[in-house]
Design a protein around this ligand. Sequence first.
Ligand code: SF4
Length: 245
Amino acid sequence: MAATALYVFQKGFNYSQDGAGNRLVYHLRGCNLRCPWCSNPEGMDFARPGDAAVTTEDLVARALRSKPMFFDGGGVTFTGGEATCQFEGLKEALTALKEAGLNTCLETNGTSPRLPELFPLVDELIMDFKHYDSEKHRAVIGTGNEVIAANLKEAFARHPDLLVRTPLIGGFNAAEEDNARFIRFYRTQPTQHARFELLLYHEFGRDKWAQCGKVYTVRNAFVQEDVRKRYEAAMRDAGLTVVRT
Ligand code: SF4
């Protein structure tokens, strides 16, 4: 087995929010997007020489030791930052975990053109889909959504266990018309293996931005719970499977 190191800024157990059951979750360092509401700004920047790294061997050994903790269908999850920014190491780790018979989950922003290569190695795929309109996506996050939308279509068509997550951000993607447009797009896709989750904007990461020397610019982006309920109902009416994790 080769020994590509993965740069990690946080790891620990989490129940159900990062894939099924109780999971060992690795937050990989570095993200290629710059969402102004990001709740992990300390993980946005890429690794520098001397940063802590874990080899695939150590990661698999730790996961095997943790097996008794993987109850309710748990396993290992990679998230970030954006895990696919360390693509080779991620692929190697996922391959080794599957060979060891462990359940794997990947949480991704969907921007890697190579994402479909990982589909066979990932039992559960969690993909963000933040905006259906590429120009609005670019204006706020810095890149268009073309690759993300293409990967999402591939995942709808080919991945057997897909969770699509959309953070509802007031002033960005949370108007009634936005929900209708998301639904209109989803209805053109084969969504029978997909679940959908709407997340409410929160500011849990706000203080961390200052601690990282970054400026938090989001204002007035809260969305009310009754709005989320209404959007979820519209999605269910359109035949989509809506969940809360
Ligand atoms: S894609 Fe995720 S990790 Fe990257 S900036 Fe956006 S919210 Fe943060």
